[in-house]
Design a protein around this ligand. Structure first.
Ligand code: NAP
Length: 643
């Protein structure tokens, strides 16, 4: 390896042997094994004996002995020291044909054939794997005259902007908030953090962005959105504090009229295509409770947490115990005088060790200095929790149990009950906190194994009310058991209008048909989660029936690439509009509904946003990440009406 003058990793270039030795001892040994093999092809790594243990139903694979682990650390440290001494310059990721084997060495068993393409893509070794690759050079004039409007500068909208910019397609963004980040910007209640690994919240092109937490806080997550906006110079393309009120399709011009309201009042903008990145867990669901307006103190929804909220010593009521309520309360007790929690339905909790903890500094050091460490870490965490998530929702028709629907589901229930029993001293409270519905039929809640909601509800500082709410009055809340709970502040942790996709925008497509008309029968649907017949040149990110198959950023990226391939067709073929045919829309949705009817979220014991009043789910996908990727990889133009 030739020495270069300016190292690409100056931190490594200046690192002592001790720093390197210390850092590698914090690495995930299996990641080290696969990564070093990928970089060096060293046969000792492949031959290294393994031991397999189980934690619950999870298999843990690790080096068989301390000597094997020491060998691994020594090899990693030797590699890094040699790389440092050679100048820490650019370094390739080794032969692509070796990747399947290297990934297999990380897992301790071969990666399934069906998983490989997605895994390689997801490792972000090619950070632009989901960028548009033009099939032919577009006519510059035609390209320049084509415009896209992106609604929402959250995680999905930002990726759309990055990808369009890279493809050379003109765009503008409309954002209702004063800054980027969308739902991640709005949810800043105490304790707000993600419950899937932070690495999934980064795009492929952001694989090296450092989040100091394995499960990022809202503060850290926002830094990523800011980084995307700044790194790709997007801010000047965004109209902030501006909201899209309605849109209508102009048949003559084959363009969307987009009616906005912003600092300069109402305006109409026009674009050939629209990407909706408005999300589905974004518009607060405010309950209708008798007397709400009579409460004399301040009240707010968790997604509208005031920056200047001072709850020191105050009596606070929290209504709602989904992910948000359970996350909020243990943080709230650190500030408030007393917290009264109104729980209508308990949810299953999964105690995750270290959920609240920062990643060790050494691990972050490895992400920065061991080439492709972040890529291999991303691969491992994605493989473990990402594309196989859909299996959790399977119902085993031959499994007979009054509470659960499969062997795995039963084990999840038992683990959660053990967690409740370990945390709570009062068996009656364990009973009260045990949900009636099977795990995963509603959104389970990730909590820290050492400090969570269960650690505070038996303290004097918290009152748990489970008898319901009769009414709200001037001084507080009258509970179902007749007790009056006087409070200074009411916080609504009551979730979002998850099934009102695209709400409150009014969207009118061809022939005056509105999105409400299309969805009147059965609620929101879309073809591949993103296209609707009669609504040309419109793609919805994380639209109907997309939840549960893939981490959100990946769905965004796949949908955006799909949409850009449709736009490419319009631009290269000189066409004006593209939309899914009604036949394809119904074919896809009828099949999807039929499979969803067999899934766990159809369980009648669950009552939550997964299942709608129409007797179907509008949010959940029954498909695995592999199936989703196969659907989205290339548009099937036989399913499209292109004019
Ligand atoms: P949610 O899961 O929809 O929970 C809303 C809560 O409010 C439920 O406990 C519900 O009770 C209660 N509620 C609603 N209306 C009520 C009323 N009129 N009276 C009394 N209680 C009422 O909302 P969320 O907790 O905000 O979570 C929404 C989604 O956001 C989650 O499913 C998750 O996907 C996401 N999220 C993720 C994270 C994370 O990444 N860590 C954090 C927060 C949220 P019932 O159950 O009885 O209806």
């Amino acid at each position: 390896m030739a020495t270069i003058e300016a190292p690409v990793r100056p931190e490594l270039h200046g690192a002592s042997d001790d720093i390197i030795d210390d850092a590698v001892s914090f690495a995930d040994p299996m990641v080290l094994r696969g990564l070093l093999y990928q970089l060096t092809g060293d046969p000792d790594l492949k031959a290294m004996p393994l031991k397999r243990t189980t934690m619950g139903r999870m298999e843990i694979v690790s080096p068989a002995t301390d000597d094997d682990l020491a060998m691994l650390h020594r090899k990693a440290a030797d590699f890094l020291k040699a790389y440092r001494d050679s100048g820490a310059g650019p370094i390739g990721h080794g032969p692509p044909e070796r990747l399947p084997e290297s990934f297999g060495l990380v897992l301790g068993r071969p990666v399934e054939e069906e998983a490989l393409d997605l895994m390689i893509e997801e490792s972000a070794l090619d950070p632009w794997a989901r960028a548009l690759k033009w099939q032919a050079q577009p006519d510059p004039e035609r390209l320049d005259s084509f415009t896209v409007m992106i609604i929402g500068a959250g995680m999905g909208g930002l990726n759309s902007a990055v990808q369009l910019k890279r493809a050379g397609i003109r765009f503008h963004m409309i954002e209702k908030n004063g800054d980027v980040g969308g739902t991640g910007y709005e949810n800043r209640y105490p304790g707000a953090r993600v419950d899937t690994p932070s690495r999934f919240y980064m795009n492929l092109f952001g694989v090296d962005f450092q989040n100091p937490y394995a499960f990022g806080t809202h503060v850290e997550n926002r830094k990523y959105y800011d980084w995307v906006a700044d790194e790709f110079d997007l801010r000047s393309d965004i109209s902030f504090d501006t909201e899209v009120r309605s849109m209508d399709w102009d048949e003559q011009a084959a363009m969307w009229n987009i009616h906005i309201d912003g600092p300069d009042g109402p305006h109409t903008l026009r674009a050939h295509a629209v990407i909706s990145g408005v999300g589905f867990l974004n518009r607060p669901n405010m309950p209708q409770i008798e007397g709400m307006e009579s409460f004399q103190g301040p009240s707010w929804h968790t997604a509208r947490w005031p920056d200047d909220a001072d709850l020191a010593g105050k009596r606070v009521a929290v209504i709602g115990t989904g992910c948000t309520g359970y996350q909020l309360v243990p943080e709230l007790v650190k500030q408030a005088g007393h917290v009264t929690v109104f729980q209508r339905t308990p949810q299953w909790m999964m105690g995750i060790p270290g959920y609240l903890a920062k990643s060790p500094e050494q691990l972050l050091w490895l992400d920065r200095n061991l080439p492709y460490h972040s890529n291999f870490m991303r691969f491992k965490s994605f493989y473990g929790t990402g594309p196989y998530l859909a299996r959790l929702f399977d119902v085993d028709p031959d499994f007979k149990d009054p509470y659960t629907v499969s062997e795995g589901n039963k084990a999840a229930r038992e683990r959660s009950i053990e967690f409740l029993e370990r945390k709570l001293s009062d068996p009656a409270l364990v009973e009260l906190m045990t949900p009636k519905h099977p795990p995963w039929s509603a959104r389970p809640v990730a909590v820290d194994a050492d400090y969570c909601f269960l650690d505070v509800i038996e303290t004097d500082q918290v009152t748990l009310v489970t008898s319901g709410i009769t009414r709200i009055n001037a001084t507080g809340i009258e509970a179902g058991d007749g007790s009056q709970q006087d409070v200074d502040v009411i916080v609504y942790a009551t979730g979002f209008r998850a099934n009102d996709f695209l709400y409150p925008m009014e969207i009118t497509g061809r022939d005056g048909v509105t999105i409400g008309d299309l969805w009147a029968d059965g609620g929101p649907r879309a073809y591949l989660g993103c296209m609707m017949p009669g609504f040309p040149n419109l793609w919805v990110l994380y639209g109907p029936n997309t939840n549960g198959g893939l981490p959100v950023s990946q769905y965004h990226e796949m949908t955006m690439l799909y949409a850009m391939q449709c736009m490419e067709k319009l631009i290269l073929d000189g066409k004006e509009s593209i939309e899914v045919t009604p036949q394809a829309y119904w074919r896809y949705n009828n099949e999807l509904d039929a499979i969803n009817g067999t899934k766990l979220w159809a369980d009648p014991r669950a009552n939550n946003y997964y299942w709608t009043k129409h007797g179907r789910t509008a949010s959940q996908t029954p498909y695995t990440g592999f199936e989703v990727r196969n659907f989205m990889l290339k548009p099937d133009f036989d399913d499209m009406d292109v004019r």
